[in-house]
Design a binder for this molecule. Structure first.
Ligand SMILES: [Zn+2]
Length: 393
């Protein structure tokens, strides 16, 4: 049994507790949360804030070996081209990078990951059970319906390589509104039908994406044509790209829209009205890395949207750290406050991935992980760019 006290405990689902104490068993399961008045003897006294383990709702762990391959600031089209050109490497290189960056996430206080996989490269590492994972087996046929069946079959093989583990979930997911044909959406929806899972989709990451789905023109058309993709089957819909996804996704599933840097107020509201449970993943540093633009968070707040935080891949970021994402968001969007963004990083992410019974808040019976945040002013409930994290549990 451990008795851990700090200047503040932030349970997330209730108010901060000044000089409180967490009582945890050896597995990290919370047995009790005590106020200063009920402080037991022999506590471990720490300086700073205790917060639950972080949930990273959007990552591509299998791309970890590509760190540094795409320079920052060159835009999404250039980035996609680099991924396609450089994915293949010796499998020992790929597996070592996956292991290294899982460790990196653990050191950065992350306890659960929503992980996009186009291959089964991460299956062995995930099977070790070091983290909770919701694997999103991601499919795309570049809107060419003739490719849908074969595409689905090819990815389904990878799907079956992910061993079932009590800390893991898996779903089939579409890549993005502009890259999946209606037929492939149908196959994906049928695959997920009986399962209690989340469906994730990259959404509105660039202006070119909206333009392509709306009018069928622009940089995406040029890119796909250069890849030799058959674009004849795609009919532009005259609306922003998220609407194409809403027409074809299963609205009864938890749905996680990722990036959303070009989502308008109307787009956000349309998605919230459409789905039973809609979540939004913000990957601030990756947005700054690739397109140098952040989402309009105020629009999401005004719509009552449920926000979460992702890191994206280490290919499009400097670290895989939810704390670094929070720092970036609070640096550039000072109208947001730390406690709001901390909810995004913990309980909202846990709900988005379906791990809210185990993770996301300090509640008796949960084992959410325990992070200590420290900075110069050890009594403040806030963070700044110098805030440091250490894992307590
Ligand atoms: Zn991504």
């Amino acid at each position: 049994m451990r008795k851990i006290s700090a200047n503040w405990i932030l349970p997330i689902n209730s108010s901060p507790i000044k000089k409180g104490t967490l009582i945890c068993d050896d597995q990290g399961t919370i047995q009790d949360i005590l106020t200063e008045a009920n402080r037991p003897p022999d506590v471990e006294q720490l300086d700073g804030m205790l917060v639950p383990g972080f949930v990273n709702t959007h990552c591509h762990l299998e791309l970890s070996h590509l760190k540094g391959i795409a320079p920052s600031g060159t835009g999404l089209i250039s980035f996609i081209t680099k991924v396609v050109q450089n994915r293949d490497h010796d499998s020992s290189v790929i597996l070592k990078a996956i292991e290294d960056y899982e460790n990196h996430m653990i050191e950065n206080g992350i306890v659960a990951v929503g992980d996009i996989s186009n291959t089964s490269d991460t299956a062995t590492q995930k099977a070790k059970g070091n983290l909770y994972y919701h694997t999103f087996l991601e499919m795309f046929d570049m809107m060419d319906e003739a490719q849908a069946d074969q595409t689905f079959k090819q990815y389904d093989e990878a799907y079956n390589k992910f061993a079932t583990h009590s800390k893991h979930k898996i779903s089939a997911v579409p890549h993005a509104p502009y890259s999946v044909s209606p037929k492939l959406y149908e196959l994906i929806n049928a695959k997920n039908k009986a399962n209690e899972i989340t469906v994730s989709i990259h959404n509105q990451e660039s202006l070119a994406e909206n333009e392509y789905v709306k009018f069928g023109t622009g940089a995406f058309k040029t890119l796909f044509t250069s890849f030799g993709v058959n674009l004849e089957g795609f009919k532009p819909i005259g609306k922003n790209s998220i609407h194409f996804a809403l027409q074809h996704l299963d609205s009864s599933k938890k749905t996680l829209f990722v990036h959303n840097t070009q989502s308008s107020r109307e787009d956000i509201q349309a998605a919230i009205d459409w789905g039973q449970e809609v979540f939004w993943a913000s990957c601030a540093n990756a947005n700054l890395y690739i397109e140098n633009r952040l989402p309009d968070y105020q629009s999401f707040l005004d719509a009552g949207a449920t926000m979460t935080i992702g890191t994206d891949s280490i290919m499009s970021n400097w670290t895989l750290s939810v704390l670094d994402e929070m720092k970036a968001i609070l640096k550039y969007k000072a109208y947001l406050n730390f406690e709001t963004v901390l909810e995004w990083a913990t309980i909202n992410g846990a709900r988005a991935l379906g791990f809210e019974k185990q993770l996301g808040s300090f509640e008796i019976g949960k084992a959410p992980g325990v992070n200590l945040l420290t900075q110069e002013d050890a009594h403040a409930i806030s963070i700044n760019e110098h805030t440091k994290l250490s894992r307590v549990i």
